[in-house]
Design a protein around this ligand. Sequence first.
Ligand code: ARG
Length: 463
Amino acid sequence: MQDQNPAQAWSGRFNEPVAELVKRYTASVEFDRRLAECDIQGSLAHALMLNAVGILNADDLSAIQRGMAQILAEVRNDQFVWSLDAEDVHLNIEKRLTSLVGDAGKRLHTARSRNDQVATDVRLWLRAEIDALVALVKNLQGALLDLAEQHADTVMPGFTHLQVAQPVAFGHHLMAYYEMLKRDGERLQDCRKRVNRLPLGAAALAGTSYPIDREMVARELGFDGVCENSLDAVSDRDFAIEFTASAALVMTHLSRLSEELILWMSPRFGFIDIADRFCTGSSIMPQKKNPDVPELVRGKTGRINGHLVALLTLMKSQPLAYNKDNQEDKEPLFDTVDTLNATLRIYADMIGGITVNKDAMRQAAFQGYATATDLADYLVKKGLPFRDAHEAVARAVRHAESRKCDLSELPLDELRQFSPLIEADIFAVLTLEGSLNSRNHIGGTAPEQVRKAIHKARQALGK
Ligand code: ARG
């Protein structure tokens, strides 16, 4: 970072230069330079409008366009010389523009302020990032669908309280995460509507005395409309908070799946294996293969939750209108986007790299009396009140436990000790497949329903 001209853009009213430490403390260029392309895009739309309403002449407009084209190339080629003295991305670019095209560069800031400028930049930037994230969420949904399709009738134990509850299809389990991600994608798209409003024209806080055309700038930049109150436009960051809350939910959902992948990969479960490229070994224990990626996703969820709290706290009790506090919105927001983007990319690939041990899943379902509810339902269908059926089956389970076998392995006469209603047709009910197939309604785990859900999802997703 090079210190160029010591005179700040606003130093006219000051008697002494700002202290070195304060300069570093207040500067944001180290991180907000990331907004450079959006800043240029916003400035070009503003200049076009200034010309259209007669505030900027055609020569100045084309000088600004020429200068900005060069600056854009410099930024992209990493040749732009960023200066801490120029404080932030906006003043760095303006200063460079002026050095390239002279007075035209100094006219660009007519009828705007950095307050409406920065709010515009962040919205432009976040809009594009949301679009990329929505595509990545869909991509991960597609990976889940592929795996679910292969396992529409793979039986695993479904858990409540992490105790074996009832058999479910592994595909059904995966489709639960598909649903979560579907809502996550919807939330991101919904948040985008409120991101996509133009603050520019609010100027510092009260609007401007120039005859500006905000609608034109909004159209130029692809915004759905303008922010309708100038004070609100420059000050609120609710759109960033809302986005971060949506991101925290995506991460929260992935932390749940991660926790399950970690458990399933433990030899105690042995349900799955995760491809080596997502795992690491131990420097001391040669036998180890650790599920680092899901563990990190679980850990990084805490980091995103932290960003959400940081942004909420940043906004809390801020009086109208712009306050410098808002400069602190960028790092949490940028890190949220980067973390979520990387997580979604890596996760889709990792789901594609999962191998499933069907036998281990089946054994676990078989050992947990997962079809006990089916036996109770069988008795109810034969006329026994549910509470009595529940009691009879509980006794049968205790008996099977003492015999160290599954309910389906008890001979018929032993089963009949618990209810005379039990007949030979019970064995079809007590199989894992029988249990699965019987839950044959929308949202149920019957493989037929799982396949229907996958088909519907593929149509919705276009994948
Ligand atoms: N760097 C500032 C930010 O990120 C830009 C706006 C500063 N405005 C001001 N009047 N100091 O919020």
